[in-house]
Design a protein around this ligand. Structure first.
Ligand code: SAH
Ligand code: SF4
Ligand code: F3S
Length: 444
């Protein structure tokens, strides 16, 4: 008889790469541990952390502090911190949290079975070594898997935007062999998967240094042609490296969803330069025009930072102006947060908190207007929705996404989960849409 597996709980912070990494953690430990969603019954509790802003780091520290009680009740519990804060802080975390058993960085995930064994033996291992090539991953199991998945195609980042901690906590950029990516996606599609999001910090520079160099548009073509794939997405794309070939691909590949996340960060040229982004507002807006020519229904989302050191009121107005010109469908916006090791941390003209807060509020209210206007244009249309979850408000309400990435809530039975259906958009709200399921006639 198989011995009963122990329980693993993972709390994930941060970006989609971290979501994918947490899945990797569960996968490498799956011989001995079964995932649970109840922390109080866990034998291992792992926190997968994010260091992108000070607030992200504070959340981790406060959770870690609150886990002292659980560790006291369950002394056998192995408590581990992984991900970007672990990479940044290393063994300093052990000093700060005497109840912590294990620290592992971005690439320690694949050595977790050994690390956990050492922690169980009473050692307090720290593994923050960064690899130079993509690790060989064990095959993923697609049993009881939803219709949507993330596939990591590259690790790290070499861009060194002056505000960003990612190159320090994720290491140098390297790509995963195209054949390995295709094999993984084939397995997902064979198990009934429908939607794949390719992940990397800067997917446009995919392919450098591979045995068989493959540029990103070529990888997209290969993936888009796989039988069964209904929806293809990718994140994140750097505006500087967005090639003409990729712009054209949006008009050509039918599986490629009509949505692009293209973080602009600022609309002011001096600020973009100080950020080391490598493009001007004019170049960015020109790419937006060409993208919309190539793919007329394209929805565009972005990331924006307010209060970068030296940002004047006039620089900020330039950002608002760019937002209006680009007509973003959605924007993720942040107050600039000074990060260790980054160049911008030492720049003069760090903005006071009240200025950042005021600019963020103005920017978000403009974006709310733009998003609502985009949502109103959808009312009355019948669109394809991939049903992803039950809505937060009511279990009778389902929640899904359009190809253009907007969230739609509608009534329907649970067995629609994971399916592609047609929905008529009936109401526009600032952050979501409401819809009504439309029966599609059975194929003749
Ligand atoms: N690779 C992506 C971004 C990853 S980080 C890209 O190149 O665009 C996600 C977002 O966090 C960034 O786009 C940026 O808007 C924000 N961000 C990163 N560092 C930040 C900092 N120090 N302060 C505030 N926001 C930051
Ligand atoms: Fe950070 Fe810039 Fe790399 Fe994005 S491209 S992860 S913002 S350094
Ligand atoms: Fe955060 Fe690390 Fe992602 S810092 S945004 S979890 S790469």
């Amino acid at each position: 008889m198989q011995a009963q597996k122990k329980k693993l709980f993972i709390r994930t912070f941060g970006c989609q790469m971290n979501v994918a990494d947490s899945e990797g953690m569960a996968q490498v430990l799956s011989d001995q541990y079964l995932l649970t969603d109840r922390p109080e019954e866990a034998d291992i509790y792992l926190i997968n952390t994010c260091a992108i802003r000070r607030k992200s780091e504070e959340k981790v520290r406060s959770l870690l502090g609150s886990l002292k009680a659980l560790k006291k009740r369950r002394p056998q519990l192995i408590l581990g911190v992984g991900g970007c804060v672990a990479q940044q802080e290393g063994d300093r975390l052990l000093g700060a949290a005497p109840h912590l058993d294990l620290v592992f960085g971005a690439h320690g995930i694949y050595r977790l079975p050994q690390l956990v064994a050492r922690a169980a033996a009473g050692e307090r291992p720290v593994d923050v070594e960064l690899n130079r090539r993509f690790p060989d991953l064990p095959p993923r199991s697609w049993e009881s898997y939803p219709a949507q998945t993330f596939v990591t195609i590259m690790q790290g980042c070499d861009n060194f935007c002056s505000f960003c901690v990612v190159p320090y906590v994720r290491g140098r950029e390297y790509s995963r062999e195209a054949d390995d990516i295709i094999r993984e996606i084939r397995g997902f599609l064979a198990a009934g998967g429908l939607e794949v999001t390719l992940l990397g910090q800067n997917v446009n520079s995919y392919g450098r240094g591979l045995r068989e160099p493959v540029a990103f548009p070529e990888l997209l073509r290969r993936v888009a042609s796989l039988r069964g794939l209904q929806r293809l997405r990718f994140a994140t794309s750097h505006p500087r490296d967005l090639s003409d070939e990729l712009i054209v691909a949006f008009g050509e590949l039918s599986a490629l969803c009509e949505h692009l996340h293209l973080p602009v960060q600022s609309g002011s040229n001096p600020i973009l330069k100080a950020m080391n982004r490598g493009y001007t507002r004019e170049e960015y807006l020109d790419k937006v025009i060409r993208l919309r020519q190539s793919c007329p229904g394209l929805a565009l989302s972005t990331d924006l930072i307010v209060g970068f050191p030296g940002e004047t009121a006039a620089d900020f107005e330039q950002t608002l102006d760019l937002m209006r010109q680009a007509r973003f469908d959605q924007a993720f916006s942040f107050k600039y947060s000074s990060r260790p090791q980054t160049r911008a941390a030492a720049f003069p003209g760090q903005a006071p908190e009240d200025v950042k807060a005021e600019r963020l509020a103005r920017l978000q209210s403009l974006q709310d207007e733009l998003t609502l206007a985009a949502h109103r244009r959808l009312v009355g249309q019948i669109r394809e929705v991939l049903v992803e979850s039950t809505s937060k408000r009511s279990s009778r309400e389902l929640c899904g996404r359009l190809r253009t990435n907007q969230v739609v809530n509608f009534h329907g039975p649970q067995d629609l989960m994971g399916r592609l259906i047609q929905v008529e958009i009936t109401e526009a709200h600032p952050h979501s849409l409401k819809g009504r399921r439309v029966e599609t006639p059975p194929p003749a």
